[in-house]
Design a protein around this ligand. Structure first.
Ligand code: ADP
Length: 486
């Protein structure tokens, strides 16, 4: 039997304890798949304010960690719980740093002490290993908030026997979020100034937590094969493409999986009526419910387009705004659940007041409503400028909604163009980031929707597509093993 690996996955958000996007879904579901492969996997995250509200509950462990921060020391109090599937999860508690809602910042911007908050978290992750007596083979770090863990292991903890056999993997979930701070934060972190060089943690005169990880982690991954290639180019590299090209041989793209225990209309407790590919009538009940929820005046034949998204320019919101008038004029309705840039929030709220019968908008983060929308909608729009993986389009497949996506990153990897002759494929795609291209793609989607045989085949293809975690978890294990023998 293959060696059982001891894996610690560190993330600043983990579903169902805290979630702002896809990272939380992955951090909550990959560990379950790794455990099913027989590994000893544990998870660690900060004890954000919302953690206490999670129905899974948490309990104090009676342990603490004492972390040097700048010239002083700060304490972290440890809590624990179990993710569904029995995976231990540790929470680092510190009222001053983490008892906040939202978790990264407010409408007016990021919290000014984010560097210190995540320096504290990164160092705590290592101290927690000692406190709970865990010698990880692998620390799997995710996004900039965990970016200093690999740096600590190769500097401050380089001679620490506890971590002698520990290796790090760093996963990039979105290169656009980098955690760049003034160089003075090196002092807060207790890291030597000698690493503040272009070959080290310096990024255009800033101390970058993301770049730190890209340089110091033993191996790098990102969340789809196409994104792994894209981020090595100037167009998608957010100025990190140079270092990514240098580490090209140690950078792997693994498409995220879907947790079908959470996202399956056959069992989903959030939706009006459950349905399966064999018995799809429940979807029509879900569509009526969706129309009711937003007081839309749509009949069964009128297609509903939806978005469930962070409202950020990355998601191609501007293209949607450009064509929305036209597609509504062509006899459709539109539903949006999102939060983010206030310009977009205000715009869509205003628009929904102007066209209340056809446009439904909910600004905020609402997990149940996200499920209800996917179950009730006919189409999901994701015309992203860039998309590392994207999960919502894969969820939409399972719920029998047709994804309309731009062919980038994980959208290109997960959605196959529907072929009108062979009736194979799972969605419709366009390449050039331009309103006309999106509009034509929407028109193709509507024409498929209106031809019963095509629509039925496409819906069946979608609902039967399988993006379960099994395949991806095995790939991660291969990489964990590879890095251990390095
Ligand atoms: P990203 O991580 O870039 O935000 P993904 O498509 O990978 O995009 O993942 C988004 C996740 O967040 C999905 O689970 C989606 O349902 C969820 N989500 C996004 N916005 C909202 C919202 N306003 N309310 C509820 N869930 C949301």
């Amino acid at each position: 039997m293959a060696q059982i690996l001891k894996i610690l996955l560190a993330s600043s958000e983990v579903y169902p304890y805290a979630k702002t996007g896809g990272l939380a879904d992955i951090a909550g579901s990959l560990p379950k798949a790794l455990k099913q492969l027989g590994h000893d996997v544990r998870v660690i995250m900060p004890k954000h304010k919302c953690v206490a509200q999670c129905p899974l509950g948490i309990r104090p462990m009676g342990l603490d960690v004492d972390i040097p921060i700048g010239g002083t020391r700060k304490k972290g109090f440890l809590y624990s719980s179990h993710l569904n599937g029995g995976i231990p999860i540790y929470f680092v508690g510190n009222e001053t740093y983490y008892s906040r809602d939202p978790i990264y910042g407010t409408r007016h911007g990021d919290y000014p002490d984010n560097a210190e908050r995540f320096i504290f978290f990164c160092r705590s992750v290592l101290e927690v290993c000692k406190s709970v007596g865990f010698h990880p083979d692998i620390i799997h770090c995710n996004d900039w908030q965990t970016g200093l863990i690999p740096v600590y292991l190769k500097t401050v903890y380089a001679d620490d026997k506890w971590f002698q056999n520990t290796r790090t993997i760093f996963s990039v979930h979105n290169l656009g979020y980098q955690g760049n701070f003034p160089s003075s934060e090196l002092k807060t972190a207790g890291l030597p100034f000698s690493i503040f060089t272009p070959e080290g943690v310096e990024f255009y005169n800033h101390f970058s937590f993301l770049k730190s990880a890209l340089v110091f982690a033993d191996l790098l991954t990102t969340v789809s094969p196409t994104y792994a290639k894209e981020i090595q180019t100037k167009a998608f590299g957010f100025k990190m493409d140079g270092i990514l090209r240098q580490r090209s041989k140690e950078l792997f793209g693994i498409l995220n999986g879907v947790d079908y225990q959470e996202w399956d209309p056959a069992f989903d407790p959030c939706i009006e009526k459950n349905y399966t590919p064999e018995s799809i009538s429940g979807k029509f009940a879900c569509k009526r419910k969706l129309a009711d929820l937003f007081s839309l005046k749509v009949d069964d034949a009128m297609p509903i387009f939806s978005m469930v998204t962070r409202l950020s320019s990355q998601k191609g919101i501007d293209l949607v705004i450009d064509i929305l008038g036209d597609i509504l004029g062509e006899g459709t309705a539109f539903v949006l659940l999102g939060s983010g840039d206030s310009i977009y929030e205000d715009y869509f709220l205003k628009l929904s007041k102007k066209f209340p019968d056809r446009i439904g908008v909910h600004i905020g983060f609402d997990e149940k409503l996200a499920h209800q929308i996917l179950a009730g909608t006919d189409f999901l729009l994701m015309p992203s400028q860039y998309e590392p993986c994207g999960l919502t389009q894969m969820y939409s497949l399972k719920y029998g909604a047709i994804p309309i996506v731009r062919s980038v990153g994980g959208l290109a990897d997960s959605i196959k163009e529907f072929n009108l002759k062979t009736l194979r494929g799972t969605g419709v795609k366009f390449k050039k980031f331009a309103p006309d291209n999106l509009h034509r793609t929407v028109q193709k989607a509507v024409s498929v929707y209106r031809k019963k045989n095509q629509w039925q085949r496409l819906t069946l293809n979608n609902m039967n597509a399988n993006f379960g975690w099994d395949r991806a978890a095995k790939k991660y294990c291969q990489l964990y093993r590879r890095v251990l023998i390095k």
